[in-house]
Design a protein around this ligand. Structure first.
Ligand SMILES: Nc1ncnc2c1ncn2[C@@H]1O[C@H](COP(=O)(O)OP(=O)(O)O)[C@@H](O)[C@H]1O
Ligand SMILES: [Mg+2]
Length: 338
């Protein structure tokens, strides 16, 4: 008998390039933002004191991709012109306090065998260790804090933006790049931190259909074989991606899901029908994710409302919704006990 799983690559050339982790070599459709970003990074190549930069915009609008791309270019240019430059990147996803961020940064700067424990140090010691590590470097040091909005207190940003003025660091010229998915993050900062972190602000707006089309075309070229995608597939993914908030990550995922559907059906090409069905699946998945995050009370209210809507009984008075909710709750509890 033939093996159950057989390699098949009639549609995909490199499916991995449609995965979230893939870093594109080239950025398309973000020319204005790149120009502003470049100008903000220019002092570094001149050997001048770097500006702090604050980047903000919704998820999937290219903040991380553009930052990685430009910092790679900056490293190459620095090497070419003999500029002493170190870039330290920290993703704050999974961290929630300044304390954790400071420890992560210390460990980022140390060899694995000299990492410090994630808890149990006095705060002052953690910052002292951080200044020690930074003072071992020379020239310009750029610290990139991606998804900075996960850090819920100001201490870390306060300390690091004041480190030079306070005489904690000497040998180096320190610059900070903060990237946030939450545009309200800046307003929550202490006024002093805000004015120093946000010396230069660059906003990344959601992608329009045309820009999504460019991003998708570029990605499809490397991901799929020639002629594997029918006309209209890319523009449909772009239009749906625009509707869903101009998020390139979601648009690329939609293209991959459409490709996967086509492959599962042994189709010769990816069609707009595959895209439409993939979109339905993604939407259902999203609704599930949202519902899972609701509290039990919210879930019950949603249940009551959808029941009423199914009976064409909406809009309904809150009393009616509440009665249905209580009845459903009682039934659920009864079932759990048995
Ligand atoms: N302008 C672009 N050109 C090419 N790929 C892009 C572009 N913008 C975003 N992407 C891709 O879309 C996905 C989301 O982008 P990302 O930079 O992670 O968004 P953000 O950091 O704003 O949430 C990534 O896979 C990225 O490679
Ligand atoms: Mg990002």
């Amino acid at each position: 008998m033939a093996p159950r799983f057989q390699p098949d690559d009639t549609l995909y050339k490199r499916r991995n390039t449609l995965k979230v982790e893939y870093v594109p070599d080239d950025i398309v459709g973000r020319d204005n933002e790149i120009e502003e970003y470049e100008a903000a990074l220019q002092p570094i190549i001149n050997g001048e004191y770097p500006d702090n930069i604050f980047i903000y915009g919704k998820t999937g609008v290219g903040k991380t991709a553009v930052t990685n791309f430009l910092l790679n270019e900056l490293r190459e240019s620095a090497e070419h012109f003999g500029v002493d430059l170190s870039v330290i990147s920290l993703n704050c996803d999974g961290l929630s306090t300044s304390y954790q961020a400071a420890i992560s940064l210390v460990n980022n700067l140390r060899e694995p065998e000299h990492h410090i424990a994630e808890t149990g140090h006095p705060q002052s010691k953690v910052y002292r260790l951080l200044w020690d590590e930074l003072n071992k470097l020379s020239g310009t040091v750029i610290i990139v804090l991606d998804e900075i909005d996960h850090i819920t207190d100001d201490t870390f940003l306060y300390q690091i933006t004041r480190a030079d003025n306070n005489g904690y660091i000497d040998n180096i010229q320190l610059g900070l790049i903060g990237i946030s998915n939450d545009s309200t993050f800046r307003e929550q900062l202490d006024a002093k931190v805000q004015s120093s972190l946000c010396e230069t602000e660059i906003s990344f707006p959601p992608y329009g259909t045309e820009e999504l089309q460019k991003v998708l075309e570029q990605r499809a070229d490397i991901a799929f074989h020639e002629n594997a995608i029918e006309d209209g597939v890319i523009s449909l993914c772009a239009a749906l991606g625009r509707q869903d908030g101009g998020d390139a990550r979601r648009a690329i995922t939609l293209l991959r899901k459409a490709g996967d559907l086509a492959r599962a059906e042994n189709a010769e090409t990816v069609t707009t029908d595959h895209v439409e069905r993939a979109q339905e699946k993604l939407e259902a998945q999203q609704s599930m994710d949202i519902m899972r995050d609701l509290t039990e009370h919210e879930q019950l209210t949603l249940y009551a409302l959808t029941t009423l809507a199914a009976e064409s009984a909406t809009p309904a008075r809150s009393r009616v919704v509440y009665q249905l909710r209580v009845a459903r709750d009682a039934r659920l509890r009864g079932r759990r006990r048995t």
